[in-house]
Write a protein that binds this ligand. Structure first.
Ligand SMILES: NC(=O)c1ccc[n+]([C@@H]2O[C@H](COP(=O)([O-])OP(=O)(O)OC[C@H]3O[C@@H](n4cnc5c(N)ncnc54)[C@H](O)[C@@H]3O)[C@@H](O)[C@H]2O)c1
Length: 343
């Protein structure tokens, strides 16, 4: 019987010695350049023939992440959403969307650290804490931390991971907004916006990923972008804010490419996704309404549901992204906008 070359390769790939170790990862092949440099498009760097992070599917240690169909079934209401025993960080969680998402993670049993530049969280934090049901295993903590102070941010995230011996997930929600016509934008305004909305998020993600790698946690990172990263908002002159959110949508793709595969040393398996909310009633948006008369009515009429969102309407999405329920989801952007960008 003749064996096709493809089948033969399959037999070689499935050698017992390779299959027996769950964390086997094919070694990276030496980089091979495609063609002479003068044949390459001028904007490209030398293209590599290797796919550095995509091992053969049959030997891929990421298979360990696929939910076992028999585990937890019938034990509890959809156990994929259970966060008991897991540790999370939410930035920008002194108020608004970040705080609501933090509360959602606690309700699912997570231990959640809220980080924010404010010395104290607003009154909703104490209310959220009172609602925590200890038997479900969750707890809510607060640390003052400006994401612009990247050295200190790294230290805080390291301390949280070290104290708990793990870090399972992060929501990067700290963000600022500025309404200014493009021709009036000063370089300082631009730098400030990007420092918080882009660099702050990137540094939150990288500091967290380092800890997830250290503790070999198959973590999940959720960047809070915005539908404003995909469209221009009618009636709101915020060109740099919108661009900063578009940058996060791209950042999630790149970080997920780097961190999602599991490496030979056991690091990796870290998923990165964005949530892109539509207009939500938060302190940030209430300020927009004060600045721009008639904006509220305009925005309410701009989505298919004819209303603005409440912060609580995003809890389920964050829980989904940070739990096992989304174990095959990475590098993507979840738009939740009442249909605003769909017509
Ligand atoms: N409200 C909306 O309609 C809407 C829509 C889409 C996306 N978003 C995004 O959701 C996130 C939360 O927005 P929100 O509406 O709740 O705003 P918010 O102003 O109510 O809350 C933002 C929080 O981020 C904190 N923060 C700002 N700069 C910080 C820094 N340097 N370090 C640490 N914390 C900092 C603030 O102190 C505040 O507590 C933002 O990233 C925002 O861009 C909001």
């Amino acid at each position: 019987m003749s064996v096709s070359p493809r089948l033969a390769r399959t037999f070689v790939r499935c050698r017992p010695s390779l299959r027996s170790h769950p964390c086997v990862h094919r070694p990276l092949r030496a980089a091979t350049f495609v063609g002479p440099s003068h044949n390459r498009p001028i904007h490209s760097s030398p293209m590599l023939l290797t796919k550095p992070t995509n091992p053969d599917p049959r030997e891929n240690p990421a298979n360990e992440l696929a939910p076992n169909a028999d585990v937890n079934v019938g034990q509890k209401r959809l156990a994929d959403f259970d966060l008991k025993g897991k540790v999370f960080i939410v930035t920008g969680a002194a108020q608004g969307l970040g705080l609501a998402l933090a509360e959602g993670l606690v309700e699912a049993g997570g231990k959640v650290y809220c980080l924010d530049r404010e010395s104290e969280p607003d009154e909703h934090f104490a209310e959220a804490r009172k609602r925590v049901v200890p038997e479900w295993g969750g707890s809510l903590h607060y640390r003052k931390q400006d994401v612009l102070d990247t050295r200190d941010l790294d230290k805080t995230i390291t301390e949280i991971a070290d104290d708990n011996g793990r870090l399972d997930g992060v929501v990067a929600a700290a963000g600022i907004q500025q309404v200014t016509p493009a021709v009036e934008y000063e370089p300082e305004d631009t730098a400030r916006m990007l420092a918080v909305n882009f660099t702050g998020v990137l540094m939150t993600a990288t500091a967290s990923a380092r800890q997830m790698m250290k503790y070999r946690c198959r973590g999940s990172i959720c960047l809070i972008a915005s539908m404003s990263g995909s469209v221009a908002n009618k009636g709101l002159l915020s060109p740099v804010y919108n661009s900063s959110k578009a940058a996060l949508i791209q950042l999630a793709r790149n970080l997920s490419m780097e961190w999602s595969p599991i490496q030979r040393d056991g690091t990796g398996g870290i998923r990165v996704n964005c949530i892109s909310p539509g207009h939500i009633l938060t302190p940030m948006v209430r300020k927009n309404f004060e600045e721009v008369p008639g904006l509220r009515a305009k925005w309410e009429g701009e989505n298919m549901m004819g209303r603005l969102a409440e912060t609580t309407e995003f809890k389920g999405a964050a829980l989904f992204l940070l739990s096992n329920a989304s174990s095959f989801m990475t590098g993507t952007n979840l738009i939740i906008d009442g249909g605003h960008t769909s017509w």
